[in-house]
Ligand binder design. Structure first.
Ligand SMILES: C[S@@+](CC[C@H](N)C(=O)[O-])C[C@H]1O[C@@H](n2cnc3c(N)ncnc32)[C@H](O)[C@@H]1O
Length: 273
């Protein structure tokens, strides 16, 4: 378990590259290549509300306006980011984009979701957004390989009064999903799934979650624009290739209807037909 966790963790070393921009070098596993990510450090980033996925937003006033005027503020989202930066500074870039969190919080009740599943909890941002959108009797099964990261998530779920809705399962995503798909009473019962864990396993998560979803259930898959690298054919990094193959596969899958959105690092919205 420890090995799997270590092989995923984005190892990062960052330095300031110029006014307002930090460049971070990351990798998703010890065998994958290092990738360069530019992080804007002005505006909302400076006050701790921004994490690393929005490399395409160059005018930080855009991000500030979006975050300040585009939602009813949930302070815990920013608090999780701050806590994560303190406890796991090198991995904090994995926290889900703020605008995406607000969108999920809005989307869950809009879709009337009662039963949801997430693969890739980290310190709890997306699970908190999903759980907050669920009704009182709603349920989120939250899967992650790390007990250490999810300790932060558990504290925030409790503080925000959603811990009764979240069922945390620690283990490998594929194993935990298979435990569910092996149980006939779980097949076709989920309204919503969010995939945000180990990129080389995306196809497996997808197949298993598709079994768990109801007809018309929605699956959201994170990082499908992969730091603006998927459309650059000269980029042959392993994770870019995995994401590209995943996008191609989903586009050609007649079992689903899809829309790839540029929110955050790219989220593919998938409806089971
Ligand atoms: C990008 S982070 C998830 C971010 C999270 N959705 C959020 O809102 O902060 C990816 C997470 O996947 C977990 N992970 C890595 N490999 C995994 C695996 N094989 N199975 C389950 N979880 C895994 C990591 O521990 C990490 O917490």
């Amino acid at each position: 378990m420890e090995l799997q966790k270590m092989s995923f963790v984005k190892l990062a070393a960052s330095f300031v590259a110029g006014a307002g921009t930090t460049v971070a070098f990351l990798r998703y596993g010890k065998n994958s290549q290092w990738i360069k990510r530019g992080l804007t450090t002005e505006g909302s980033a400076r006050n701790g509300t921004m994490v690393g996925t929005d490399t395409k937003i160059t005018d930080t006033r855009f991000r500030d306006y979006l975050n300040q005027k585009g939602n009813r503020e949930i302070k815990a989202f920013e608090e999780i980011t701050k806590e994560t930066k303190i406890r796991f500074p090198k991995e904090a870039i994995m926290v889900t984009d703020l605008a995406q969190l607000y969108f999920f919080r809005w989307l869950i009740p809009a879709l009337n979701v009662k039963k949801a599943i997430e693969v890739g909890v980290f310190t709890g941002s997306s699970s908190l957004a999903i759980a907050k959108g669920l009704p009182k009797d709603g349920k989120l099964i939250a899967i992650d390989i790390s007990d250490e990261y999810t300790k932060v998530a558990r504290d925030f779920w409790k503080k925000e009064g959603v811990n009764g809705k979240v069922d945390l399962r620690i283990g490998k995503g594929i194993d935990k999903l298979k435990e569910l798909t092996n149980n006939n009473s779980e097949i076709g019962t989920f309204d919503f799934a969010f995939i945000d864990a180990y990129k080389p396993e995306y196809k497996d998560y997808y197949e298993l979650c598709l079994k768990l979803l109801k007809k018309n259930g929605i699956m959201c898959v994170d990082n499908t624009l992969w730091d603006n690298k998927v459309f650059d054919p000269s980029n042959q990094e392993s994770n870019t290739i995995f994401i590209r193959q995943f996008n191609e596969m989903v586009k050609n899958d007649s079992r689903v209807d899809i829309a790839l959105s540029s929110i955050g690092d790219g989220v593919t919205f998938i409806r089971k037909l």
